[in-house]
Write a protein of this length. Structure first.
Length: 297
C-alpha cells in the first residue's frame, strides 16, 4: 500500500467504526445481544463469501489457515463483540470506543512478547500518544455524562477492557493465518462464519430468543453494522494489517473515539470542550508517527 492509499483506508475505517459504536446502542433492548451479533456477522460472512465467489477469489483454505481463522473468529468476532455489546449495556458507547483506543498499544506489546517483533521508536511513540490522547478525551466524558448511559459503569469498563484483550489475541491469530498465506477476504469470511457459529451455539445452549426487531432503527443499524462496519471495515482493516502491520491498523481504534464523540454531540447532546480538542490533537499526531513508522519486523 502506498502512503496515500494507507491514509485513505485508515480514514474510511475510522469513519465507519466511529459510527458503529452508536449504531450498536440501537441494537440493544428488545433483541438479545448475542442474537444481534449472530445476525450481524452471519449476514456479513455471507456477503463476503458472495463477494469472493463473484470476483473469483479463492475460498479454500489449508488446515493451518482454517485453524487460524477459527482463533480469529473466536476472539475477534465472538468473544470481543460479545463483551462489547455487554459493555455498551452498562456505559455509553463513546466510553467503550475510548477504551478500544488502547488496542494499538496492546498489539505492540503482544507481538513484541509473543513473536519478538521489534517496532520502531516512532511506532511506540505514536501508540503512547494515542493512549494519552484518548485518556484526555475520555476525561471529559467520564467526568460528565460519558459513564451515565447505563447501570454498573465500572463493570462496563472491565468488560470493554476484556474485549480489547480478546481483539488483540484475535489479531495474533489473523497474523498467523496471513503468515500461512491465507487470502485476506477468504480468511475474514471464514473467521466471521466461525465466530457466528460459536455465538449461535452459545445462544442455543443458553436458550436465547431468536428474533428480529421489526423497526427502522434496528434493521437499518443492523445493515450498517453488517455491510459497512463488518464487510467493508474489517476487509480494509485486515488488508491494511497485512500490508503495514497490526500496530498501524489497530491505531484506527484510536481515531474512532473523536468520531464517536461527534456522534454523541449530534445525537446525545454531548458538549465539545477543551479536553476533546486536546485529545484529538494528540491522537492525530500519534497517527502521523505510526503512518511514518516502518512495519515491525
Amino acid at each position: 500500500m502506498s502512503r496515500p492509499v494507507t491514509v485513505l483506508a485508515i480514514l474510511i475505517c475510522a469513519l465507519i467504526w466511529g459510527t458503529t459504536w452508536f449504531a450498536i446502542t440501537l441494537q440493544l433492548g428488545v433483541v438479545d445481544p448475542i442474537v444481534s451479533i449472530v445476525w450481524r456477522f452471519g449476514l456479513a460472512s455471507l456477503v463476503l463469501f458472495g463477494f469472493c465467489a463473484a470476483t473469483r477469489r479463492p475460498l479454500r483454505l489449508t488446515r493451518a489457515q482454517h485453524l487460524a481463522a477459527v482463533g480469529q473468529g473466536a476472539f475477534v468476532f465472538a468473544v470481543s463483540y460479545g463483551f462489547v455489546y455487554a459493555a455498551e449495556e452498562r456505559v455509553a458507547s463513546a466510553v467503550v470506543a475510548v477504551i478500544f483506543a488502547a488496542l494499538a498499544f496492546v498489539n505492540l506489546v503482544m507481538f513484541r512478547l509473543v513473536e519478538r517483533q521489534k517496532a520502531s521508536a516512532g511506532a511506540w511513540q505514536g501508540a503512547v500518544l494515542g493512549i494519552c490522547g484518548v485518556a484526555v478525551l475520555s476525561f471529559g466524558q467520564l467526568a460528565g455524562t460519558g459513564a451515565s448511559a447505563g447501570s454498573a459503569p465500572g463493570l462496563g469498563i472491565v468488560l470493554a477492557l476484556v474485549a480489547v484483550l480478546a481483539s488483540a489475541l484475535g489479531n495474533w491469530f489473523a497474523w498467523r493465518g496471513q503468515q500461512a498465506g491465507a487470502p485476506v477476504m477468504a480468511a475474514t469470511a471464514w473467521a466471521m462464519a466461525y465466530g457466528t457459529a460459536m455465538l449461535a451455539a452459545y445462544g442455543l445452549a443458553t436458550g436465547v430468543e431468536w428474533r428480529v426487531e421489526a423497526t427502522p432503527a434496528y434493521v437499518l443499524s443492523l445493515l450498517h453494522l453488517s455491510l459497512f462496519g463488518s464487510v467493508i471495515a474489517f476487509g480494509l482493516y485486515f488488508t491494511l494489517a497485512k500490508q503495514r502491520g497490526f500496530a498501524l491498523a489497530s491505531y484506527i481504534s484510536a481515531l474512532t473515539p473523536p468520531i464517536a464523540v461527534i456522534m454523541s454531540v449530534l445525537f446525545e447532546g454531548a458538549e465539545v470542550g477543551v479536553t476533546m480538542l486536546v485529545g484529538l490533537a494528540l491522537v492525530l499526531v500519534g497517527q502521523v508517527l505510526l503512518i511514518r513508522a516502518p512495519k515491525a519486523a
